[in-house]
Design a protein around this ligand. Sequence first.
Ligand code: CMC
Length: 389
Amino acid sequence: TGMFTLDRGFTSTASCRSRITYIDGDLGKLMYRGYDIAYLATKKSFLDTAFLLLHKELPNKDEYKNFLLELKKRSFIHESMRKLFDAFPDNAHPMAILSAAVSALSTFYFDHLDMDSPDQAKEMAHRIIAKIPTIAAFSYRYSQGLPIIYPDLDKGFTENFLYMIRGYPHHHIDLKPIEVKALDTIFTLHADHEQNASTTAVRVVASTHAHPYAAISAGIGALWGRAHGGANESVIRQLELIGSVENVDKFIAKAKDPNDPFRLMGFGHRVYKNFDPRATILKNLQKQLVNDLSIDSELMEVAHRIEEIALNDEYFIKRKLYPNIDFYSGLILQALKIPKEMFAVIFVIGRTPGWIAQWLELKEQPDMKIARPRQHYLGPLERTPKYDI
Ligand code: CMC
């Protein structure tokens, strides 16, 4: 059985060659197509970043305008897809609805799909980036029994999403620029992260030449888990469970206990062993939001206390466990009054350009192979039946 190297969790296997995202886990560096994440998050918008991932260069003014227009044009979903939302129970998790709806989207764009046409691939890419926020907002509105809000073509990409979550028909809504900027930054920081679990899921499905939306739907499934995109929701659930600053010590002790499976959500990372550069950017943003929106909550205090203890505790230092992006994105989304069931969905909106860029790259590679790992078989080699019937 030893013919193949056993690599559980693929910690030392590169599954592809890629020119999209560079990570140096020891130095805490993250770059998309050679641009530092701090530059993109502070000086550029999510749409600039999405364009960069898809088209390999940052857009100039005209390209940006056209890109936004392309997305706006495609931001509505087929009216008959609304029936789909009715089929789910009220308490359905928006991630389940999103993955089902994205898969269902492939039924609307199947007949004329020529996978090898670059123009069609680009259209598929724009369409999915444009429609996912609408599907995401609809799934939330249906789950709450709220009137659905159609996209507002006069609004920017991120502003429109916040509007579809918060708005009411025929009612003007004030969205603070700092809120839009905070969400836009969260999208940017999530836009790609090389061969993480969900991107790998997308590539595995795409490697069989399946429909790209089936691949994206698989990515959404992989992102749902709490070890990946579900972490920011778990961060808030855990902070609520801890409840008050006095309880923090007890839970830190649980996290350190080798016989207790309890883990501090939002701590640790497979690749970043010094710090997560995305977390540093969000930590600053969180401070700014707390000031600008005058947020004063027990939850923030609990989070602050955990951070303080863990950063100085031998257990966490020895294992190189630092707050990751989800620790702060959970807190920021909470400050933006976005319900926690939507946190992973927001991760999906941010990650979609990355998944699509990876799909386009895979299609461009002439040496692309179907993803098909081997195993170490541990079962019996040959058995004779006990009863011959
Ligand atoms: N709290 C307490 N102990 C931990 C934690 C934690 N959050 N994370 C890791 N450890 C311990 C773990 O028990 C082990 O200890 P020991 O060596 O004594 O057995 C050691 O640290 C190494 O852990 P590991 O599970 O082997 O590390 P990994 O690289 O396989 O896992 C991780 C990385 C992110 C899954 C893990 O740190 C974790 O479960 N963190 C909490 C969930 C979380 O925040 N996930 C978001 C990840 S970042 C965004 C994303 O990718 O979506």
